[in-house]
Design a protein around this ligand. Structure first.
Ligand SMILES: [Zn+2]
Length: 240
């Protein structure tokens, strides 16, 4: 179910905001109008944890045992998702076309940011993030909400057989791939939504932005359309 009224664009234009989690939670998806430092300042974010993204399915579980700078150091080993229960620490990932997914458990007060390109999506990285929330933080999937941010839509995302074949074991691959001549169109957003539901999230607790990064290069960077380009920061923070 789309909850479009929970989505807005920040007055400064630097981010698409999702307001559907909780009052004290800031969930943001950056635009090309503002760099990460400027956006953090605008949103009042004082500490942020980021990782070296490698299109893996590795999830960094951040807690109070280390400092922010120590977690950033750990993040250099290569991760594509970050989970935390620390209020005031934003967890952030960077994308340009790939799917940014933010998760929030209002009962246990745990949040996560996930980077899901086609490789991470084929590896079901969002399911792994939910698994880490369950195992390390005691979250129940039914308590977790998800916001799937602006990413490349199936309107603009043509892929080849190699990508199609990496999803061949998916029982519902016929729903997310559409034939397009000798190639395919892939709906990454819907694929991640289905995986979140398989992980136990309720349909009505998953909200997706309708914006396509390649259709809207006025707002977003698109790697597919622009080649070497910038990256946008997306993240989530629970204010103390
Ligand atoms: Zn598009």
């Amino acid at each position: 179910m789309e909850r479009r009224n929970s989505w807005s664009i920040d007055e400064g234009g630097g981010a698409v905001l999702y307001g559907g989690f909780a009052k004290k939670v800031t969930a943001f998806f950056g635009t090309r109008a503002m760099d990460d430092e400027a956006l953090f300042e605008r949103l009042g974010i004082e500490a942020d944890i980021f990782v070296k993204q490698t299109h893996s399915t590795e999830i960094l579980a951040v807690d109070s045992h280390r400092s922010v700078s120590e977690w950033i150091e750990e993040g250099k080993k290569g991760y594509d998702g970050i989970v935390t229960d620390r209020p005031g620490w934003a967890v952030a990932i960077y994308t340009a076309d790939c799917v940014p997914v933010l998760l929030y458990d209002g009962r246990k007060k745990v949040c996560a940011a996930v980077h899901a390109g086609w490789r991470g999506t084929a590896g079901e990285i969002v399911k792994k993030a939910v698994e880490v929330m369950r195992e390390k933080y005691g979250s129940r999937p039914a308590d977790i909400g998800a916001a799937i941010g602006p990413c490349i839509g199936s309107c603009c995302y043509q892929v080849d057989d190699a990508v199609y074949n990496s999803f061949r074991l998916y029982p519902w691959k016929g729903e997310v791939f559409r034939e397009d001549g000798p190639r395919w169109r892939l709906n990454l957003k819907d694929t991640n939504r289905r995986q979140l539901m398989e992980a136990g999230l309720a349909d009505e607790k998953i909200s997706s932005s309708h914006l396509c990064t390649a259709c809207r290069t006025d707002l977003f960077f698109s790697y597919r359309l622009e080649g070497s380009t910038g990256r946008m920061v997306s993240g989530i923070v629970m204010k103390g």
